[in-house]
Design a protein around this ligand. Structure first.
Ligand code: TYD
Length: 214
């Protein structure tokens, strides 16, 4: 089973992923977690470039192909082998991030991005994508506080530094894209407490587990 988590900055993805892992393990699954960008050796180099403030001059197309290179390497060297072994894989972001950030956010054509991603991942799309949805004002405040706490505002601050209307477009783009792919998306209201959010995440996981077993 392949599960991805998506959403704007500060939705609490990390916390919810940790709890999702625990839940799937309680259901007897072997679980691998991973992330994008950065889920392979090459990806870790690309992540540094992509998220650094020093990359403010990256063009939109160059950025796009770096994300796709990260993903192609990640799928072939990590995700697909884990799935073939029978493990469940949970990824913090995947192809939908590109469709939404580079497409709805930066103005590239979402349908073209869908096709380019399909090539990059060689047809491997998630069984379930959990979209943690939150108002950008709330999410960014959470992300900003976290970056200060972790002392990484300069290293990984490029996206948090985008204007509010970019984050608004990304949030709305996610909701549009989720509605267009309702067969695999579960939209979760991420504004509540971690327990409230996880109750919705758990329901989505349980539905996917039931489908898998039927
Ligand atoms: P990350 O530190 O993983 O952010 P978060 O904790 O919010 O997941 O940074 C990933 C950033 O890269 C995030 O702002 C979204 C952006 N991104 C894209 O623009 N396109 C992509 O394809 C991916 C995977 C991420």
């Amino acid at each position: 089973m392949f599960v991805t988590f998506e959403g704007i900055e500060g939705t609490g993805k990390t916390t919810q992923i940790a709890r999702a892992v625990e839940h799937l393990r309680e259901n007897g699954l072997e679980v691998e977690t991973t992330l994008e960008p950065g889920g392979s050796r090459l990806g870790r180099e690309l992540r540094r470039i992509l998220l650094s403030m020093e990359s403010r001059d990256l063009t939109g197309r160059a950025e796009l192909f770096l994300y796709l290179a990260d993903r192609a390497q990640h799928v072939e060297t990590f995700i697909r082998p884990a799935l073939m072994r029978g493990a469940a894989v949970i990824s913090d972001r995947y192809a939908d991030s590109t469709v939404v950030y580079q497409g709805y956010g930066r103005g590239l054509d979402p349908n073209l991005l869908h096709r380019l991603n399909d090539t990059a991942v060689d047809g491997l799309w998630p069984d379930l994508t959990i979209l943690l949805d939150i108002e950008p004002e709330t999410g960014l405040k959470r992300a900003f506080d976290r970056n200060i706490r972790e002392g990484k505002q300069n290293k990984e601050g490029r996206f948090e530094a985008e204007a509010m209307d970019f984050h608004q477009r990304v949030r709305e783009g996610y909701l549009t894209w989720a509605a267009l792919n309702a067969d695999r998306f579960a939209v979760v209201d991420a504004s509540g407490s971690p327990d409230e959010v996880f109750a919705q995440v758990r329901d989505a996981l349980d539905r996917a587990l039931a489908i898998r077993q039927s």
